[in-house]
Every structure is written in C-alpha cells, then in structure tokens.
Design a binder for this molecule. Structure first.
Ligand code: TRP
Length: 334
C-alpha cells in the first residue's frame, strides 16, 4: 500500500454481462487511473441479491466479471480486486450505517423507485437499503475518489451525507469521498435507439455490443446501427445515431470529433459504420483472448482472489473496528 497515493474505490454488480458502455464508460477509465491511485475494485455480489438470481449462473457470472476486469487491464497484482461477499465487514458496517440513515433519504432514491417499478413482485428491504450497503463499501476503504456513472451519483451523495453525519457525532472516522467524473464522459447509447443508454437488458440485441461478442457479430451490429438520411458524418444533437458512433470511434481511436469529420468527409455511412465496427472489434480482440486464457487458468484467478480477499479484509476490518468502538459496541475479548 502506497501511503502517498489517494484511494480509489469502485465496482460493478456481479450479474454484469458487460457491454461496450460499461467498458468505455467505466472499465477502460479505471485502467487509466490505476497508476495514479491505490485502487480497490469489488465484485458487488451482495448488491446483486436484491434481484432474484439463479445460484449457478450467478456464481459463474461473478467469476466471469472477475476475469473481465483482469482481461480489460486491471492488474490483480497491483490492484485489490476482490469479492464483496468475502469480506464480512461490508454487511456489518452496512447494518451500523442503516441506523444512521433516514427512511426519508432512501425514499428519494430514484434507482429504488425505478427498480421497484420494474420488480413490483419483489420490492424487498435490500433494494431499499441498497445505497447504505454501497456507502459501507466505499467508507470501509476510506476512499478518496469513486468513479461512478450518472446513475450512481445520487448514491454517492447519500454516502457523503451518511459519512458527514457520522463524523459530526464521532469525530473524523470516515474520509468523505469525491465522485470521479471521467474526462471522456461520453455516454454510449443503444445502436438501435440512440436516445437510450446502451444496456445488456435491451430487448433488441442489435442495440448492444457485448464485450464477448465475436468479430462478425460486432461488425454486423454496427452495420445495422440506426442513423439518419442526411448521409453526412457530422456531430450534432439532430444526429444522435451518428454522434453516438462518433463518440465510440473517438473514445477508442483517440481521434477528435473534428478529425473524424475530416476523415469521413464525402464518404458514406456504410464506410463509416464499417470503420467503427472494425475499430471496436480490434479493441475487443485482445481482451477476449486474455479473458479466455484467464477462464482456462483456474489456479491463477483463484490465487488472485485469495490474496486480494485477504488484503481487502485487512483494510475493511481496520475501519470496522474503529466504527464499532466509536458507537460503543463492546470490544472483542482476546
Ligand atoms: N451500485 C453500483 C452499480 O450498480 C455498484 C456498486 C456497489 C458500487 N457498490 C459500489 C460502485 C461502490 C461504486 C462504489 O453500478
């Protein structure tokens, strides 16, 4: 642990079949931050339990997510990549923080409202206290920065509120985390409906590029991408389909929007879509190769999990013991 570096914390739910939006909007940015920060990346499997899971698939998905983190470039020997459920401090701090969170605050969470509407038959208490567990994740590691997407910003705000409330009563226990907003904040939209965020749960599979889609599938999906009838590769609010493709191309190729406009000046959409498809396929190719190797090498990943679980547990326990003491729980007798 390098004490001079600030601490970064982030994670994804363990159910994620990752798609291009998760990769370009989150994972790839995380990879770029690894040198600058001391990083913790969780496989958020406790959060996934708020929705009913098939146990076998769930376990496999968590493992796949671990391999995808590593395949995307997060080095498990330099960063702490671990399972949330393997560190019991998350649930323990979560409970304590539940007692410092008001129902009125949780009632305002838009994700709770959205998810309740979507899973009307299973509006469980975990779905309701989801943001408090997330606060525990972040505060256990005394994180300075948390890269999150727009949909999680409200959860980071409540984390800050809970932490400040606790600190006001008990002194400086928690670091107040800042959101990290990436430089290339382009939101990746559905290829079939560019007004909607790209999502793995999209009914139209052609709208979403999955990270494990093969080359032909990637190119076919880009060829089918919805555009407009203007036949000019130009960025603009009136051209959401083309602008989305330009964002994708720009993020991967690091070319500016102006450069891309020049590159495809006078060329048709067919040529442009093919170029974007190929550039995405080229980007995913090494990631997929690495992923397949990792999934085949059980021992390597198991060792990484074990070591990083231990490391996470060490830091989490330190904060948890401090909190328990502050609130007046009786210390362990040794
Ligand atoms: N709620 C986040 C999501 O669905 C996942 C998450 C859980 C998380 N705990 C976190 C993200 C802590 C950042 C920090 O995307």
């Amino acid at each position: 642990m390098n004490k001079d570096k600030k601490i970064l914390y982030s994670g994804m739910q363990a159910t994620a079949t990752l798609q291009l939006g998760n990769y370009l909007g989150a994972l790839k940015n995380w990879v770029n931050l690894c040198d600058e920060y001391e990083c913790f990346f969780g496989i958020m499997d406790l959060h996934s339990l708020t929705v009913r899971q098939n146990p076998t698939e769930f376990r496999q998905n968590a493992r796949k997510l671990y391999a995808l983190y590593v395949a995307a470039g997060l080095d498990p020997e330099k960063n702490c990549i671990y399972y949330q459920s393997h560190v019991s401090g998350h649930a323990e701090l979560g409970w304590i923080l539940d007692c410092f969170t008001y129902m009125g605050e949780l009632n305002r969470m838009t994700q709770f409202k959205d998810k309740s509407a979507k899973h009307a038959d299973n509006i469980n208490a975990g779905l309701y206290t989801y943001p408090v567990l997330m606060a525990a994740d972040i505060l256990l590691y005394q994180a300075d920065v948390v890269p999150v997407g727009a949909d999680q910003k409200q959860h980071l705000e409540i984390t800050r509120d809970i932490a400040s409330r606790f600190n006001n009563i008990y002194g400086d226990v928690f670091t107040i985390p800042e959101p990290y907003i990436g430089k290339t904040g382009a939101r990746i939209m559905s290829l079939q409906d560019p007004e909607k965020k790209m999502s793995k749960s999209d009914e139209n599979i052609n709208g979403t590029i999955l990270l494990l889609d093969d080359r032909d599938t990637v190119i076919r999906k880009f060829k089918k991408a919805v555009t407009d009838s203007d036949a000019c590769v130009r960025y603009g609010e009136d051209k959401p389909g083309i602008s989305n493709l330009m964002n994708i191309y720009s993020t991967i190729s690091k070319k500016s929007i102006e450069e891309i406009e020049r590159e495809f000046d006078g060329k048709g959409y067919g040529e442009f879509k093919l170029a974007v498809g190929e550039c995405v396929a080229d980007e995913l190719d090494p990631l997929q190769k690495r992923y397949n190797e990792l999934m085949a090498d059980k021992t390597y990943i198991n060792n990484c999990i074990k070591e990083n679980d231990d490391k996470a547990r060490y830091f989490a326990t330190k904060t948890l013991r401090k909190v328990q003491k502050k609130v007046g729980l009786t210390e362990l007798i040794r």
